[in-house]
Design a protein around this ligand. Structure first.
Ligand SMILES: Cc1ncc(COP(=O)(O)O)c(C=O)c1O
Length: 384
């Protein structure tokens, strides 16, 4: 007998962890003020780029003496630019607890060939942060998008550290508290919590990071696309909107629109409250359904953006095939797109809960997950 589908469906089935749902009010005509077909170095374009930087500063509360630059190649570009420019001056610790952090370890060890201390944890866990030596340069991901595990706070980072902290915060910025005094390099992409477009990355530098840039020249060559200094001085233009190469002014406009929306809902506090409410809706459902569990069992380190779930039922023999079938069923029913776990992560579901997602939609999705789960379980017993 077919299991009855829930009566209510999410209004917006977009729960992808990147690119993430656009702002709830989004329509393409909101981008009509983009200075298309004009030079990004003309006054209008420059003003837009500068506004993108300054509005980011205002909403995220970035200190006035930190530099914010718009750089090429989304978050990956920003992280690799930081690593290639800054690492090699001091000993390095690399921290990873999921796929993207593991990618930065590969960069440091295999590409830059640094003799780094590497600390890793399994999916769902985090490394022992108290053991991290912040007198070394430390590279880590604030929110592990593929495991749904986040850093709980910056208490483990010494105020008087000798090293630099280089933090990939792409799925944390605009949803979680980032302690700016503890972060020397912070990166993110517009395509995540604000539901913007990819293409550009944001690179935020503390005064100590700038000092390193101006006093240290790495042993390896830097392509033009990575160069932040000229003649031993920071290229200041990059941090007022004079980008290294040509940006997409359509993507810039889209980011400005998303920042305006963020302000209208109460800025960072409003965004965090929305993400927290979305996570709470999932938590309530998981509490009521013992066949579902969080990959991050410990609520202290559980993400409020990339929420990762696993199926816990003895009848499931092939976990990957089962989770895939559930995700496919939800996609086909047009209730949830792109919620299968990341390809390298344990089998399960990943539901984006960042601020552009409506809590009513998360709540409406939950009974559909139950429907898809029960339907797939029933199919198992038929085929057995
Ligand atoms: C933690 C983390 N780092 C890096 C990336 C790569 O981001 P991008 O494709 O915007 O460069 C992602 C993308 O999902 C991510 O989640």
């Amino acid at each position: 007998m077919a299991i009855e589908a829930p009566a209510t469906r999410p209004e917006n089935p977009r729960f992808s962890s990147g690119p993430c749902a656009k702002i709830p009010t989004f329509t393409l005509d909101m981008l009509s003020d983009a200075p298309l077909g004009r030079s990004h170095r003309a006054a209008g374009g420059k003003a837009k780029l500068k506004a993108a930087i300054e509005n980011t500063r205002a909403i995220l509360g970035v200190p006035a003496d930190y530099k914010i630059g718009i750089v090429p190649a989304s978050d990956t570009g920003a992280v690799e630019m930081a690593m290639w420019n800054l690492l090699g001056a001091r000993p390095v610790e690399m921290l990873a607890w999921e796929s993207f952090g593991a990618g930065w370890v590969t960069d440091a060890v295999k590409q830059l060939k640094l003799d780094a201390v590497v600390k890793t944890a399994d999916y769902g866990q985090i490394v022992d942060l108290a053991s991290v030596d912040t007198d070394k340069d430390v590279v880590f991901t604030w929110n592990g998008t593929t495991s749904g595990v986040r850093v709980p706070n910056g208490d483990w980072i010494k105020a008087d550290r000798q090293g630099l902290t280089i933090c990939d915060a792409t799925s944390a910025a605009f949803a979680q508290d980032l302690p700016w005094d503890k972060l020397d390099v912070t990166t993110f992409s517009w395509q995540k919590v604000l539901g913007g477009e990819a293409a550009h990355g944001m690179l935020i530098l503390s005064p100590r990071a700038v000092e390193r840039l101006e006093s240290y020249t790495p042993a390896w060559p830097l392509p033009k696309i990575f160069r932040l200094t000229k003649g031993g001085k920071l290229i200041d233009g990059i941090f007022v909107g004079e980008t290294i190469n040509t940006p997409s002014m359509l993507a810039v406009e889209d980011y400005l629109v998303a920042l305006d929306w963020a302000s209208s809902i109460g800025g960072l506090t409003g965004l965090q409250a929305r993400a927290n409410a979305n996570l709470a809706a999932v938590e309530e459902f998981v509490t009521q359904n013992d066949w579902l569990a969080f990959l991050a069992a410990d609520p202290e380190i559980r993400s409020n953006t990339s929420v990762c779930l696993t199926f816990e039922d003895a009848r499931i023999k092939d976990g990957a095939a089962f989770a895939k079938a559930v995700a496919k069923r939800l996609e086909t029913a047009d209730v949830a797109y792109d919620i299968g776990a990341y390809r390298d992560a344990p089998a399960g579901l990943r539901i984006w809960c960042g601020g552009t997602v409506e809590t009513a939609d998360v709540a409406a999705l939950m009974p559909w997950i139950k429907w898809a789960f029960e339907t797939e379980i029933a199919a198992l017993s038929v085929s057995a």
